[in-house]
Every structure is written in C-alpha cells, then in structure tokens.
Ligand binder design. Structure first.
Ligand code: MRU
Length: 338
C-alpha cells in the first residue's frame, strides 16, 4: 500500500447507480451510516442539515443533485435555486451550480450532466493532492501544526485541503505533531477530524478551542493550517467560526498561518470579506451537548458559524495553482484574474 492510500481511505459522497449516497456526518463517529438522496430536494435538505458539509463537498453534492433533477425531468432552474439557497457562505456551492448551469445552457442531456458532476468531483480530488504537495513542502521537518474544523476527505472529494497538507506533511516526515480544535458548536474537529486522523493512523491531539493561544505560547506548533469557504478578491478568507481568533493568536506568537483551498473557493466577484454573507444558524445548536440541554431555559444565543480572517493575517494561501505569499488584491488578481 502506498503512503497515499494508507493516509487516504475515506470517501463521503458517492454516486451509486442513480442515487447519491452521503456518509451521514451528523452521526459520526458514533455511527457510520449512509443516507441515499433520490432528488435535488433530498440533496438540498442534506446540505442544509449538515449530512454533507465542507465547502468543496457541498458543491460536489449539489452538482449530483442537478443530475438527479435532470434524470427525473424536473425544472432545472428551480432545482438550481433550491440547492443554491441551502447554505450561503461557501462559494463552491454556487460555483458548482454555475458550472452545471453552463452545461444545461449548452443543451446537454442527463448523461452529459453526469459527466460534468463526475469531472467536478475528480478535479477536486486532484486539486487536493496537488495542494497537499505544495503545502507540505513549506513546512520544515519536525513541525507541530494546529488545524480547525474538518477539511479532510469528509469535506471534499477526498484527501482534503488543510487536512490534505497534514496528510502529505505527515507522510513526508515533516509534520511531527497534529492538534485539532474541537470546533464548537457542531464539533467538526472533535467528531470528524479526529475520526479521520485516527482512521488514517495519523497521531493527533484534540484541544478545546479556547486552548489554541496557550498551545502556541508553549511553542508546540509552528503552523496553523485551515481551509476556506470563500476567499474574496483581496484575499480576505471566510472559514469556520474561530478561525479568525486563531489567526490573531498565530500572528502574536510568530506561528505561521496557512489557508489551503481549491481555486473553486476563490470568489473574485466578492471584493472583500465584508461582502461575504456569514451563515447564522439556529441558536439551539449552542444550547445542547450530545442532545442534552445544558443551558438554562429562556437563554438567548448568537450563532454565526463562519468568520472572516483579514488577508494581512494570512502568511500563505495554497491552491492547486500554486502558493501565494501574503495574499492581497494585486497578488490575487495576478493569480486568479479579474
Ligand atoms: O459548517 P461546515 O462544517 O460546512 O464548515 C466547514 C468549514 O468551515 C471548512 O473549514 C471549509 O468548508 C473548508 S473544507 C475543505
């Protein structure tokens, strides 16, 4: 078994003979169960409810949702609108639907749409492998790294973005210690990233989100490596809530901050981070742990699930096209066009 196969064993979005099978991420790691989607509406609901999550994965799932709609002969504009509205922040969702819409406008049939969805999925996997190599090459041997949320195989076509760099860096002997923040309130780090790393036999330690600054002060990590949901034209980056405070702490402690995302996450039509819509979810997500209410009845909460890291806190942006150091509007335009 090559080291790549050894550290890349998970697939969460699977096209299976006319249905889309999704590994149900609400139930991991306690149960590995699959949900079958038979219509675009099923897929939109699965995206909204976080059965499938992570920016590239929801784009891929939405593309397959359009294939399902085309096979059933339902109104494709309505299917695109429904899928587009499922979640607002990750631009990969809109990007994948725009790509499917362009094929529809060119007059293609369901088989050609299936080909396009398959291409979107395959290109994402290839991009992740490339970003893994590019990102890992920046890390000096023996480093400790901190990651946030889940950016692995579960969040992508496979291998992952930030977690892909960690997979590649571990396989190359560059990364010696991995820390994952638990990522309140939905616990993507505790439930999903730790599951992926354990399964692929990459040793890692879970930390409470609030331990990040203390970890950096102790000198345990040299890099913070995160993914992205939307990167604006000036390099400002929306990612899981808590990323911004990690970037601030990293700069304070001289820890390098790396964003890893495919070019499908770059949105040159959004000028700055201020223009990115931040998803607000049900405050109820903050009131319970493991299904058990822990907050006094009558309490209120504010639950933004993404934040924006200003571009000047980002040391490197890694996409499949290459590495951009200290991204700003000029460098973004040079790399990604207008
Ligand atoms: O709410 P989620 O779990 O969909 O948020 C996911 C993230 O914020 C990830 O860091 C991002 O989508 C990149 S995944 C490769």
């Amino acid at each position: 078994m090559s080291s790549l196969e050894h550290h890349d064993t998970i697939r969460a979005v699977v096209w299976n003979d006319g249905a889309l099978r999704l590994l149900d991420q609400r139930r991991l790691p306690l149960s590995e169960s699959w949900l079958d989607c038979h219509s675009a509406n099923d897929v939109a609901t699965a995206i909204r409810d976080l059965v499938v999550r992570g920016a590239p994965a929801i784009g891929i799932a939405a593309a397959w949702g359009i294939v399902l709609a085309a096979r059933q002969g339902v109104d494709l504009d309505a299917a695109i609108a429904r899928l587009r509205a499922a979640r607002p922040t990750a631009v990969n969702l809109m990007w994948a639907l725009d790509r499917m819409r362009a094929r529809i406008a060119a007059g293609t049939d369901a088989a050609a749409l299936e080909h396009e969805a398959r291409a979107i999925q395959a290109e994402d996997l290839a991009a992740n492998r490339r970003m893994g190599e590019l990102g890992a090459a920046l890390i000096a041997p023996g480093a400790g790294v901190l990651t946030h949320c889940n950016t692995g195989s579960l969040a992508t076509a496979g291998y992952g973005t930030a977690l892909g760099v960690i997979r590649a860096g571990f396989a190359a002997g560059r990364i010696a210690r991995v820390y994952a923040g638990e990522t309140r309130p939905w616990l993507q780090g505790a439930r999903l990233t730790m599951w992926e790393l354990l399964r692929d036999r990459i040793p890692a330690k879970l930390i409470a989100d609030s331990a990040a600054s203390h970890l950096m002060k102790a000198g345990a990590v040299q890099w913070a490596i995160v993914g992205a949901d939307r990167i604006a034209a000036n390099g400002d980056t929306a990612n899981k809530i808590g990323t911004y405070q990690i970037a601030i702490a990293a700069r304070h402690h001289g820890v390098k901050f790396m964003v890893v995302a495919p070019s499908s996450t770059v949105d040159m039509r959004t000028a700055t981070g201020r223009d990115i819509e931040i998803e607000l979810r049900d405050p109820g997500e903050l009131f319970a742990l493991g299904g058990q209410r822990i907050v006094a009845a009558g309490a209120q909460a504010w639950n933004p699930v993404f934040d924006v890291t200003p571009h000047d806190l980002i040391d490197v942006l890694v996409t499949e096209r290459g590495v951009v150091g200290n991204p700003d509007a000029d460098k973004m335009r040079a790399e990604f066009g207008a």
